[in-house]
Design a protein. Structure first.
Length: 240
Protein backbone atom coordinates (compact mmCIF):
# COMPACT_ATOMS: atom_id res chain seq x y z
CA UNK A 1 0.00 0.00 0.00
CA UNK A 2 2.86 2.34 0.86
CA UNK A 3 4.44 1.54 -2.55
CA UNK A 4 1.20 2.48 -4.34
CA UNK A 5 1.00 5.80 -2.50
CA UNK A 6 4.61 6.60 -3.30
CA UNK A 7 4.05 5.79 -6.96
CA UNK A 8 0.93 7.92 -7.03
CA UNK A 9 2.74 10.85 -5.48
CA UNK A 10 5.63 10.49 -7.92
CA UNK A 11 3.27 10.31 -10.89
CA UNK A 12 1.41 13.39 -9.69
CA UNK A 13 4.65 15.32 -9.33
CA UNK A 14 5.59 14.28 -12.85
CA UNK A 15 2.24 15.48 -14.18
CA UNK A 16 2.65 18.81 -12.43
CA UNK A 17 6.13 19.22 -13.93
CA UNK A 18 4.87 18.26 -17.37
CA UNK A 19 1.97 20.71 -17.09
CA UNK A 20 4.32 23.44 -15.93
CA UNK A 21 6.67 22.71 -18.81
CA UNK A 22 3.84 22.82 -21.34
CA UNK A 23 2.58 26.05 -19.81
CA UNK A 24 6.03 27.63 -19.99
CA UNK A 25 6.45 26.56 -23.60
CA UNK A 26 3.04 27.93 -24.51
CA UNK A 27 3.95 31.23 -22.89
CA UNK A 28 7.22 31.34 -24.79
CA UNK A 29 5.41 30.48 -28.05
CA UNK A 30 2.83 33.19 -27.44
CA UNK A 31 5.60 35.68 -26.65
CA UNK A 32 7.43 34.66 -29.81
CA UNK A 33 4.28 35.15 -31.86
CA UNK A 34 3.80 38.60 -30.36
CA UNK A 35 7.39 39.53 -31.18
CA UNK A 36 7.02 38.28 -34.75
CA UNK A 37 3.77 40.22 -35.16
CA UNK A 38 5.38 43.39 -33.80
CA UNK A 39 8.32 42.98 -36.18
CA UNK A 40 6.00 42.36 -39.12
CA UNK A 41 3.90 45.36 -38.16
CA UNK A 42 7.01 47.51 -37.92
CA UNK A 43 8.20 46.31 -41.33
CA UNK A 44 4.76 46.97 -42.82
CA UNK A 45 4.63 50.49 -41.38
CA UNK A 46 8.17 51.21 -42.54
CA UNK A 47 7.40 49.91 -46.04
CA UNK A 48 4.19 51.98 -46.19
CA UNK A 49 6.08 55.10 -45.13
CA UNK A 50 8.83 54.41 -47.67
CA UNK A 51 6.34 53.81 -50.48
CA UNK A 52 4.34 56.88 -49.48
CA UNK A 53 7.47 59.03 -49.33
CA UNK A 54 8.65 57.82 -52.74
CA UNK A 55 5.20 58.37 -54.23
CA UNK A 56 4.94 61.90 -52.85
CA UNK A 57 8.43 62.71 -54.15
CA UNK A 58 7.54 61.43 -57.62
CA UNK A 59 4.34 63.46 -57.59
CA UNK A 60 6.24 66.64 -56.67
CA UNK A 61 8.83 66.04 -59.39
CA UNK A 62 6.11 65.30 -61.94
CA UNK A 63 4.27 68.49 -61.03
CA UNK A 64 7.50 70.44 -61.44
CA UNK A 65 7.91 68.96 -64.93
CA UNK A 66 4.31 69.88 -65.84
CA UNK A 67 4.74 73.41 -64.49
CA UNK A 68 7.95 73.85 -66.49
CA UNK A 69 6.18 72.57 -69.58
CA UNK A 70 3.38 75.11 -69.06
CA UNK A 71 5.99 77.89 -68.97
CA UNK A 72 7.53 76.59 -72.20
CA UNK A 73 4.11 76.64 -73.83
CA UNK A 74 3.47 80.17 -72.57
CA UNK A 75 6.62 81.64 -74.11
CA UNK A 76 6.11 79.81 -77.40
CA UNK A 77 2.55 81.10 -77.49
CA UNK A 78 3.83 84.59 -76.78
CA UNK A 79 6.08 84.33 -79.83
CA UNK A 80 3.23 83.04 -81.97
CA UNK A 81 1.08 86.00 -80.87
CA UNK A 82 3.76 88.46 -82.01
CA UNK A 83 3.96 87.05 -85.53
CA UNK A 84 0.72 88.48 -87.02
CA UNK A 85 1.69 92.04 -86.06
CA UNK A 86 5.24 91.45 -87.27
CA UNK A 87 4.02 90.14 -90.62
CA UNK A 88 1.54 93.01 -91.03
CA UNK A 89 4.23 95.56 -90.27
CA UNK A 90 6.78 94.04 -92.61
CA UNK A 91 4.28 93.48 -95.43
CA UNK A 92 3.69 97.23 -95.55
CA UNK A 93 7.15 97.77 -96.98
CA UNK A 94 7.24 98.31 -100.72
CA UNK A 95 8.26 95.26 -102.73
CA UNK A 96 8.99 93.14 -99.67
CA UNK A 97 9.73 89.51 -100.48
CA UNK A 98 6.35 87.80 -100.27
CA UNK A 99 7.86 84.31 -100.20
CA UNK A 100 9.53 85.10 -96.87
CA UNK A 101 6.24 86.22 -95.36
CA UNK A 102 4.48 83.12 -96.69
CA UNK A 103 7.16 80.92 -95.15
CA UNK A 104 6.68 82.53 -91.72
CA UNK A 105 2.90 82.29 -91.97
CA UNK A 106 3.00 78.63 -93.01
CA UNK A 107 5.49 77.79 -90.25
CA UNK A 108 3.23 79.41 -87.66
CA UNK A 109 0.28 77.40 -89.01
CA UNK A 110 2.34 74.19 -88.72
CA UNK A 111 2.99 74.96 -85.07
CA UNK A 112 -0.73 75.38 -84.50
CA UNK A 113 -1.44 71.94 -85.94
CA UNK A 114 0.70 70.22 -83.30
CA UNK A 115 -1.78 69.61 -80.48
CA UNK A 116 -0.27 69.01 -77.05
CA UNK A 117 -1.77 69.47 -73.61
CA UNK A 118 -0.37 72.82 -72.38
CA UNK A 119 -0.69 71.79 -68.73
CA UNK A 120 0.81 68.29 -68.92
CA UNK A 121 4.25 67.49 -70.28
CA UNK A 122 4.23 64.92 -73.09
CA UNK A 123 5.18 61.34 -72.29
CA UNK A 124 5.67 60.35 -75.94
CA UNK A 125 9.09 61.31 -77.31
CA UNK A 126 7.70 61.34 -80.87
CA UNK A 127 5.11 63.98 -79.93
CA UNK A 128 7.72 66.21 -78.34
CA UNK A 129 10.00 65.76 -81.34
CA UNK A 130 7.17 66.79 -83.66
CA UNK A 131 6.51 69.85 -81.51
CA UNK A 132 10.20 70.76 -81.44
CA UNK A 133 10.53 70.32 -85.21
CA UNK A 134 7.57 72.63 -85.86
CA UNK A 135 8.92 75.27 -83.48
CA UNK A 136 12.38 74.94 -85.04
CA UNK A 137 10.90 75.50 -88.50
CA UNK A 138 9.23 78.67 -87.24
CA UNK A 139 12.48 79.87 -85.64
CA UNK A 140 14.33 79.41 -88.92
CA UNK A 141 11.62 81.24 -90.86
CA UNK A 142 11.73 84.16 -88.43
CA UNK A 143 15.50 84.26 -88.64
CA UNK A 144 15.40 84.54 -92.41
CA UNK A 145 12.67 87.18 -92.23
CA UNK A 146 14.71 89.36 -89.92
CA UNK A 147 17.77 89.03 -92.12
CA UNK A 148 15.77 90.10 -95.16
CA UNK A 149 14.45 93.12 -93.23
CA UNK A 150 17.97 94.58 -93.20
CA UNK A 151 17.55 95.39 -96.88
CA UNK A 152 14.66 97.74 -96.17
CA UNK A 153 15.67 101.03 -94.48
CA UNK A 154 12.04 102.11 -94.01
CA UNK A 155 11.43 99.07 -91.82
CA UNK A 156 14.58 99.62 -89.79
CA UNK A 157 13.29 103.12 -89.01
CA UNK A 158 9.75 101.94 -88.21
CA UNK A 159 9.04 102.32 -84.47
CA UNK A 160 6.36 99.64 -84.51
CA UNK A 161 8.82 97.18 -86.05
CA UNK A 162 11.53 98.14 -83.57
CA UNK A 163 9.12 97.49 -80.69
CA UNK A 164 8.15 94.10 -82.14
CA UNK A 165 11.82 93.27 -82.70
CA UNK A 166 12.61 94.02 -79.05
CA UNK A 167 9.68 91.91 -77.85
CA UNK A 168 10.72 89.06 -80.12
CA UNK A 169 14.27 89.20 -78.82
CA UNK A 170 13.06 88.98 -75.23
CA UNK A 171 10.70 86.13 -76.09
CA UNK A 172 13.44 84.14 -77.82
CA UNK A 173 15.62 84.53 -74.74
CA UNK A 174 12.78 83.38 -72.49
CA UNK A 175 12.23 80.35 -74.74
CA UNK A 176 15.86 79.37 -74.28
CA UNK A 177 15.62 79.80 -70.50
CA UNK A 178 12.33 77.92 -70.10
CA UNK A 179 13.50 75.05 -72.29
CA UNK A 180 16.57 74.74 -70.06
CA UNK A 181 14.39 74.78 -66.94
CA UNK A 182 12.15 72.11 -68.45
CA UNK A 183 15.08 69.86 -69.31
CA UNK A 184 16.45 70.22 -65.77
CA UNK A 185 13.07 69.32 -64.26
CA UNK A 186 12.76 66.29 -66.56
CA UNK A 187 16.29 65.18 -65.70
CA UNK A 188 15.56 65.29 -61.95
CA UNK A 189 12.31 63.39 -62.49
CA UNK A 190 13.89 60.73 -64.73
CA UNK A 191 16.77 60.16 -62.28
CA UNK A 192 14.24 59.54 -59.51
CA UNK A 193 12.15 57.21 -61.70
CA UNK A 194 15.19 55.10 -62.60
CA UNK A 195 16.87 55.07 -59.16
CA UNK A 196 16.47 52.23 -56.65
CA UNK A 197 14.24 51.81 -54.70
CA UNK A 198 12.07 54.58 -56.12
CA UNK A 199 12.01 52.79 -59.47
CA UNK A 200 10.00 49.98 -57.80
CA UNK A 201 7.31 52.44 -56.74
CA UNK A 202 7.44 54.19 -60.12
CA UNK A 203 6.94 50.90 -61.95
CA UNK A 204 4.01 49.87 -59.77
CA UNK A 205 2.25 53.23 -59.93
CA UNK A 206 2.87 54.10 -63.58
CA UNK A 207 5.47 56.88 -63.36
CA UNK A 208 7.20 56.61 -66.74
CA UNK A 209 10.31 58.58 -67.81
CA UNK A 210 9.61 61.80 -69.71
CA UNK A 211 11.27 62.99 -72.94
CA UNK A 212 13.09 66.33 -73.06
CA UNK A 213 14.20 68.84 -75.66
CA UNK A 214 17.25 67.84 -77.66
CA UNK A 215 19.82 70.19 -79.12
CA UNK A 216 19.62 70.96 -82.81
CA UNK A 217 22.08 72.62 -85.13
CA UNK A 218 22.03 76.30 -84.27
CA UNK A 219 19.64 75.73 -81.34
CA UNK A 220 22.24 76.82 -78.81
CA UNK A 221 21.40 80.46 -79.60
CA UNK A 222 18.18 82.25 -80.59
CA UNK A 223 17.63 83.56 -84.10
CA UNK A 224 19.58 86.78 -84.74
CA UNK A 225 17.31 89.71 -84.00
CA UNK A 226 19.89 92.45 -83.54
CA UNK A 227 20.55 94.65 -86.51
CA UNK A 228 23.40 96.95 -87.42
CA UNK A 229 21.29 100.05 -87.83
CA UNK A 230 24.34 102.18 -88.42
CA UNK A 231 25.36 100.41 -91.63
CA UNK A 232 23.86 101.60 -94.90
CA UNK A 233 21.37 99.38 -96.67
CA UNK A 234 22.65 97.52 -99.72
CA UNK A 235 22.04 99.33 -102.95
CA UNK A 236 19.27 97.92 -105.05
CA UNK A 237 20.39 96.24 -108.25
CA UNK A 238 19.06 98.02 -111.31
CA UNK A 239 16.88 95.98 -113.59
CA UNK A 240 18.30 95.43 -117.07
Amino acid sequence: MRISCAWYLAARVDLVEISRTIHDRMNKFALGCVVVLVVLLFVAVFAALAVGGSYNRLVRLQQTVDQSWAQVQNVYQRRADLIPNLVNTVSGAANFEKSTLVEVTNARASVGRVRLDPNKAPTDAAQLQEFQAAQGQLSNALSRLLVVVERYPELRANQNFLSLQAQLEGTENRISVERGNFNSAVQNYNVAVRSFPTNLVAGMLGFAPRPFFTAQTGAERPPPVQFDFGSPAPAATASP
